[in-house]
Ligand binder design. Sequence first.
Ligand code: PLP
Length: 496
Amino acid sequence: MFKHSQLESVKAWLAHPAHAAMPLHARIQRAIRQLILDGALGPGKPLPASRALASSLGVSRDTIESAYAQLHAEGFIERRVGSGSFVAEMTEFAPGLRRSKRGALLRNPAPNLGKRGDAIFRSGGVREMLMPRPFAPGVPETRSFPLPLWERLQRQVLKEVGTQALLHGDPQGAEPLRRAIADYVNLERGARATADRVVVLTSSQQAMTLCATMLLDPGERIFIEDPAYYGARKAFDAAGLECVPVRVDRQGIVVESIINDPRRAKAACLTPSHQFPTGVTLTLDRRLALIEWAARNQAWIIEDDYDSEFHYAGKPTACVQGLDPHDRTIYIGTFTKSLFPGLRLGYVVLPPQLVKPMTVARTLLDGHTASIAQLTLARFMEGGHFGAHVRTMRGIYAERLDVLAGLVRKHLCEFVEPRVPIGGLQMPCVLTCDIPERAAIDCARRVGVELLGLSELHAAGDGKAGFLMGFAAYTPAELASAVKKLANALQTARGE
Ligand SMILES: Cc1ncc(COP(=O)(O)O)c(C=O)c1O
């Protein structure tokens, strides 16, 4: 039979309003496929008998049989006469790789990609969990989002703008939203922005891809933090750039190393307000030194300000962009954390000379960002709802961080040391026992708990072993239950 957490994931999939239009057997098939893809159901694991699963889910046995048949047809499960259904061995794969029945890793038949396409495919991209479970990091709480308000504002937009909203929009972004963003970053982040310097995009990820392809040529160098956000590193790798890792200490990225590096680099990408994943803040003297370096070398600073709405000890430090009198800084913001990831809205504040080139470049990616969502968000911001939502969530997240830190100290003190951050949606923990990081992560996943390893975020995979624990999207009760599961899993890992 499925474990409780697995059964709950399947039930959540079935109940999710976004899946309501799908036939029941397809929803069950997709839910189980997701468990397999997320690694919650490993290769060789038995699936429940169809009769038992039908009774747990309150559906007919035929429905389960159809779901299993489809999973079988797609190669996700094997069906053995007399003994039941099992997750297929080949599902333990990295992109481009599959496992043979004997366990050997084989390359999938080459899809005839170019060298760059092959490298991008093999990087695995940036795939977020569709149904996040504790402690998937970087996920905001979406269950309490004021949907009726959003819906009302969207209705107003459709009523006032009418069918105009159905046509193509400005590739730079809807003017009311650009104005609202400029006002917001000026007031809250100390930026120097005007609406005509803002380009609305789909995400920070898109902003990084645009910077990588428009500001640098393949083979050119870019300084990145070590450890770094994997999404940024993958965007730069995909563009064929040479990423030069720069150590991060308690004061943020070591700017001195950048200044003293004899190899020229065209840009530096960093998360100065809240370094990913360590959580440290870049000090003012280093910010100023970096700005001077960029001006002297005609280099770009790419500032990823992904979650500074959520600082719990006073205000976050002002952004680098606002301090830079030389216009060498590209400020990247996103609504993925401050509102909800499904919105797919991010933005850049650009030096004036980059606005036209970047706007032209984005037309080749996706034309423009969806107009109705942009206009709805503009109203949400103009009406003061964005500020109010962020303030509410800040209070909730601060409490959840407190709860998680307390739980980790109580139940996991023999395994890890928490590094309680001043902000953000996740807490780093350093392993203090002799359990290897990979074993800890695997054991946790087997009991339905997600951890993001710290050492894989380091350039050479040699950083301090540990993991990130996302807390924002989970209630105190969910955090408590997951910490207890994790404590048991780590005990098991120690015994192995
Ligand atoms: C450091 C950092 N930058 C950017 C992002 C992603 O934002 P977006 O969804 O806008 O690409 C994340 C999300 O996990 C992040 O952790």
